[in-house]
Write a protein that binds this ligand. Sequence first.
Ligand code: AMP
Ligand code: MG
Length: 406
Amino acid sequence: MKSVEDHLTGILERIEPLAPLELQLLDAHGSLLVDEVASTGDLPPFDNSSMDGYAVRLADVADASERYPVVLDVVDDIAAGNTADTAIGSGTCARIMTGAPIPEGTEAIVPVEWTDAGMPTVRITKSPSKGQYIRLRGSDVTAGQTVLAAGAAVGSAQVGLLAAIGRDRIRVRPKPRVVILSTGSELTQPGRPIGPGRIRDSNSYMLTAAAREAGAIAYRVGNVPDDPKILIDTIEDQLIRADVVVTTGGVSAGAYDVVKEVLSELGTVEFGKVAMQPGMPQGFGVIGPDETPIFTLPGNPVSAFVSFEVFVRPALLRMQGAEVTERPVVRATCVSALTSPDGKRQFLRAWYTPPVAGVGEGVVEPVGGTGSHLLGSLARANALISLPAEVTEVAEGGDVDVMLLS
Ligand code: AMP
Ligand code: MG
């Protein structure tokens, strides 16, 4: 049997980052930058006021107090978006709004709250310090400065910054398009009446959501019956919009395991056992004229989920150009004793509580049993305990590796 590590390495060796694409800013949201980004201009682009108030010279207002207000002539009124075309001379000031360019001669802004808000003269009752409430040109970002590194994630703040420096398009790795297809003649879609012996197709929903969480654009095809012709036709139809195909079910040794049956014949998809629990039967390869990667995951929901986490998610992150493709793994104290099969890496659904104030180790507690059909307990987990193949027992209070899912 192949180890989890060997299977994953084999997959990642055959997955390439997607070719960069220049996208509109909002379409690039959620992707990774290909190139570093430098600003072509200063931010702010000009000296401006950070308050609604009056632009003044310091000497004119140095003695202003509640008791002895200073009265100045207001010679200009500058709104955001205006240009300041009057310089302020001795004994004069200009009314100014937040974000408006400061007129020549300004040494500080007096907030409107320190005045009677007057026009065409204003009474000022408090004196500002030099430069107070003036946002200087380039005090945030200077022209030529690198503002985002290559490989940086384009989140909402980065989108804002890119817009502020005037970029409306940016080169990123596109999000991989993932087609998710479940197989099984026993499956019924949620929302439909369910007949005897049938179960609902939870996998296609779960993995579509998981693919989205991994940054992909996911297309949920739903279920196809265990029929070789329908299966291969459906996969071929879907290839047009797929950078990756993920199937579930039909890869064990059962009589109607059509995924294995159909795809084995192509010779480009390899089926085998990986030394793990859950998720032992795995298939991976390429399909179609573009050699589209295809993952064939086992049908049991927990097996499908764990297989996605361990093999598919890293592949999707690699396609997006991520350096780190694995979930964070931390050491934690396990509150209960565990047993694990010899020779298989075991993944146990668990609840992880981080250490108080980040000091020392967190605590982890298994939730539910080990059955790979137990979706209820999967939904109560925020982590997977990962026990190496050679570990067969963990004592109560022992240390374990924990893969954090969120
Ligand atoms: P299989 O790998 O096709 O033999 O399926 C293994 C188990 O997982 C069976 O009990 C199936 O009914 C169940 N199963 C397969 N596909 C799904 C699915 N899409 N949603 C929920 N359970 C499934
Ligand atoms: Mg099946």
